[in-house]
Design a binder for this molecule. Structure first.
Ligand code: NDP
Length: 515
């Protein structure tokens, strides 16, 4: 069947919903199922640049060491479910050892090193990261499932930028906080998630080191490899042994690390439930704490917004990194008068997104990071349908193996629906409407979270009003998901507390004393 534009019309069966290996038409959908009559040729990035070890030990005291319990676990490529490598499963003894090593490095070298010397190491790390950026991008894509164009153009450049930025502060702490003297806290325990593994490492390690702290970092179990490659960068930069230590292992190891009595500062990024558990576990210990947790951001489009630009912002807001982003614009609030044309345009745009091999340079939406996350996303999509929202997914073929979800759009969403309330952490957008700015503010703030928001309008005064009234740590105006090392990031309410990035990010790693 053809249209006047010679586009094949493909109708999706009603049962064709989500998930791995679901049958679907073989061509890309376009709007209501019309297919683009041509395909992109495969453009795979070579994985040759990454030399995977079959096994990775812990990184403690500048050396790779075997876990004392002799246990290992496997990390998978989520796009193929093939094993990538075995990784050490640390035990409590390994954590204790790593914290002790970090403490000694703090006392004997790093804590007393002049800022200008610390800066040299950080600059060196930044330069090596840039030199090895392709290797890091490919490895990050293999381990996370994110598209190579994102790891190459967003994650890794931002990682290097964080090290450059905080390297610049290391010898200027006396000017950073006027009239006060900034002293390091000591040993920082840092636990990071799987959605931006190397970037979260940079957000945590760069300010900690610039301020003179030493660190023990635990990466997520499904994405430990870029942190372990970073260990190699530390060696290459001749960083004094023990300044950076990396322990891999399950969540309980993360808990043992943050509870360790010789830790002075805890920084965590991840789920709200684990954040609360950590908060309870260290309450009363006197440890400094920053928590960067979940979100349910509203992306608010007013009727005077440039629609095509807004469409790109909406797509970037929710489909960047498969929507596995704490600040993802997962609730689209559209002014009622433009809801219909906007949703039509959005459907057309969704149909052009290419889902598949994360190493292909044309891929827009990669694999979901792990099976548990896939199950969670599928469950919430099913809940959306069951609660009466209207599902739209463009026709697109999903690989037979790996963890995949089609870009998903829900219309007719009510505030009470789970998909409007809970963090999906996947490529799922819920569309709600509003009539007045006050209604938009009320709906946007009607969430337990408060991490980010977006506003699309041509009126500067309206932007200022919205920014003032939205209860979110970051508000983007006529853009979304923009990150910069100089700009603080963090949330309110169940999105956590404390800020990372900028001077605020440095403040989280120092004790201010009177001069
Ligand atoms: P978690 O919060 O469980 O994991 C984040 C990190 O914390 C990982 O390194 C994890 O280790 C570790 N961890 C797990 N349990 C504990 C604990 N009790 N004490 C200390 N550290 C712990 O996130 P999940 O991976 O389970 O994802 C679940 C949900 O969390 C997602 O669906 C999403 O909604 C949200 N999330 C939010 C993120 C954000 O950036 N705000 C990032 C990731 C997830 P291990 O990997 O070994 O379990």
């Amino acid at each position: 069947m053809t249209t006047s534009r010679d586009h094949t019309v493909t109708k999706r069966p009603a049962s064709d919903t989500v998930g791995r290996g679901t049958a679907s038409p073989s061509s890309w959908g376009f709007g209501d199922g019309q297919a683009i009559p041509w395909e992109y040729a495969p453009a795979p990035e070579s994985r040759e640049i990454v030399k995977l070890q079959s096994r990775y030990g812990l990184f403690v005291g500048g050396k790779e060491v075997a876990p004392r319990g002799g246990q290992w676990f496997t990390t998978l490529d989520p796009a193929t479910e093939e094993p990538l490598a075995e990784v050490a499963r640390a035990g409590v003894e390994d954590v204790d050892n790593a914290v002790g090593v970090a403490r000694r490095a703090f006392r004997r070298s790093w804590g007393e090193l002049p800022g200008r010397e610390r800066a040299k190491y950080l600059f060196r790390i930044a330069r090596i990261l840039q030199e090895r950026s392709r290797e890091f991008a490919v490895l990050e894509t293999l381990d996370t499932g994110k598209p190579i164009k994102e790891s190459r153009d967003v994650d890794i450049p931002l990682v290097a930028a964080h090290f450059w930025y905080y390297a610049g502060w290391a010898d200027k702490l006396d000017y950073a906080f006027p009239g006060r003297s900034a002293r390091p806290l000591g040993v920082a325990a840092q636990v990071i998630p799987w959605n931006f593994p190397l970037l979260m490492l940079a957000w945590k390690i760069a300010p900690a080191l610039a301020a003179g702290n030493t660190v023990v970092l635990k990466p997520a179990s499904s994405t430990p490899l870029s942190a372990l490659l970073f260990a190699d960068v530390c060696r290459q930069a001749d960083l004094p042994p023990g300044v950076v230590n990396i322990v891999t292992g399950p969540g309980e190891i993360g808990l043992a690390l943050v509870k360790h009595p010789d830790v002075d500062k805890v920084a965590f990024t991840g789920s709200t439930s684990v954040g609360k558990q950590i908060g309870r576990a260290i309450a009363g210990s006197g440890k400094a704490l920053t928590l960067e947790l979940g979100g349910k951001a509203a992306n608010i489009v007013f009727d005077d917004a440039p629609l095509d630009q807004a469409i790109e912002g909406i797509v970037n807001g929710i489909f960047f990194n498969q929507g596995e982003v704490c600040c993802a614009g997962s609730r689209l609030l559209v002014q009622e008068s433009i809801a219909e044309p906007l949703v039509e345009k959005l459907k057309d745009r969704l149909a052009t997104l290419r889902v598949g091999d994360p190493l292909d340079k044309n891929t827009d939406v990669g694999a979901i990071n792990n099976a548990a996350q896939l199950a969670k996303i599928e469950e919430l999509i099913e809940a959306g349908v069951a609660e009466g929202a209207e599902l739209y997914q463009p026709a697109c073929e999903l690989p037979a193996r790996g963890y995949w979800v089609r870009p998903t759009l829900f219309t007719n969403v009510a505030q009470s629906h789970r998909i409007a309330q809970e963090e999906v952490f996947g490529p799922v957008l819920s569309v709600l409407t509003f009539r007045t700015p006050d209604e938009a503010i009320e709906k946007a703030n009607n969430t337990p979270y408060g991490l980010s928001a977006g506003v699309w309008t041509e009126k500067g005064s309206r932007i200022l009003k919205m920014v003032k009234e939205l209860r979110a740590g970051v508000v983007w105006a006529n853009t979304f998901n923009r990150f910069d090392p100089t700009s603080p990031f963090g949330g309110y309410k169940e999105s956590g507390f404390g800020r990372e990035g900028g001077l605020h990010g440095l403040l989280a790693y120092v004790r201010l004393e009177d001069r």
